[in-house]
Write a protein that binds this ligand. Structure first.
Ligand code: NAP
Length: 291
């Protein structure tokens, strides 16, 4: 069985470590966290490996996972590079799991094969992730040898893998920021607007739950073009104007977000049944007023 070291066995690192150990895909060897106490807790969670006080003291391994926060990856990669140069043992794989950064930040670890593997999954609660990770997708990029190993490693956890270009990593990550982080911001904008209309948070959440879940379901099944309903899809510019004026009187940020997202809706509706005349009228209404 290939061996795995983990630097930064936090929420993601310890979850992957335990799953790979359980599946018999990797034998987990050394774990190094910021503190030894935390590394010992990760060893306990994974059920294998030993806590190390420093990267220099870690054993040789076939694979090195850097699962610290994104801001520490470069410094850790430098320490791994020094560790590998001091006692060369083959050409291992070194990878990180950041969605935002490419494998190129690990270039100092060459001749090791380098890669990044971004699971599209929230590891907020590791105990839950042990159960819910299978079926998630993992975006891979990097050296072929490393990508091949990681394809097999994540297939062993019943994850789907896709390969992306290192040069497109920021765009790739922005894609999930739109759908996941911005969806959360949209929920907040919606709750603030309901609150201004006198509907309390709990009532608003109850009101939203079925329609938000149904909208997500429709988008997955039909795609955005066929899922868009409401005043912009209907070309109802009187309603859009009334809503914009009401928002403007309430909160300038709500009105500004309504304008920006409304323009994206017009573009989407144009790909459906919205006429060019209606689209032009709506675009005029939603564009920023000239100063
Ligand atoms: N969480 C997610 O949902 C998720 C999803 C996809 C990708 N990712 C990516 O996965 C990576 C890890 O994220 P996470 O949420 O699992 O982070 P996390 O829970 O904050 O864990 C980070 C771990 O790194 C350790 N660490 C920090 N600096 C270190 C250093 N200099 N040397 C050794 N260990 C160090 C910390 O040690 P201590 O415990 O001692 O502080 C901690 O155990 C990130 O690149 C993130 O972008 C995360």
């Amino acid at each position: 069985m290939p061996t795995l070291n983990i630097v930064g066995a936090g929420r993601l690192g310890k979850t992957l470590g335990r799953l790979w150990q359980q599946q018999g895909f990797f034998q987990v060897l050394s774990i190094c966290n910021r503190t030894e106490q935390s590394a010992r807790a990760a060893v306990k969670f994974i059920g294998a490996g030993s806590a190390c006080p420093s990267i220099e003291s870690m054993q040789d391994a076939d694979c090195w996972l850097i699962a610290s926060g994104d801001g520490q990856i470069v410094t850790i990669a430098e320490a791994i590079s020094a560790r590998l140069a001091a006692e060369p043992a083959g050409e291992p794989v070194v990878f990180h799991c950041s969605g935002a950064l490419s494998s190129e930040i690990l270039a100092g670890c060459r001749p090791a094969a380098i890669a990044s593997a971004h699971p599209v999954h929230s590891f907020a609660a590791p105990e839950d992730s042990l159960r819910t990770l299978p079926g998630s997708s993992v975006a891979l990029e990097g050296d072929k040898i490393a990508v091949d190993v990681l394809q097999r490693a994540f297939a062993a956890l019943r994850c789907e893998t896709l390969t992306i270009d290192a040069g497109n990593k920021s765009l790739y990550h922005a894609g999930s920021v739109f759908a996941c982080n911005y969806l959360t911001a949209l929920m907040d904008l919606s709750l603030r607007t309901f609150s201004a209309a006198g509907i309390d948070r709990q009532q608003a959440l109850e009101l939203l739950k079925p329609i938000v879940l149904q909208t997500a379901e429709n988008n997955m099944r039909l795609g955005p073009e066929k899922s868009l309903t409401g005043p912009i899809a209907r070309g109802d510019s009187d309603t859009v104007l009334a809503q914009l004026e009401a928002l403007q009187k309430t909160d300038a940020q709500l009105a500004q977000c309504y304008r920006h997202l409304g323009l994206a809706c017009v573009e989407l509706a144009r790909r459906g049944a919205l006429s060019s005349d209606a689209a032009a009228r709506l675009t005029g209404l939603l564009s920023e007023p000239s100063q």
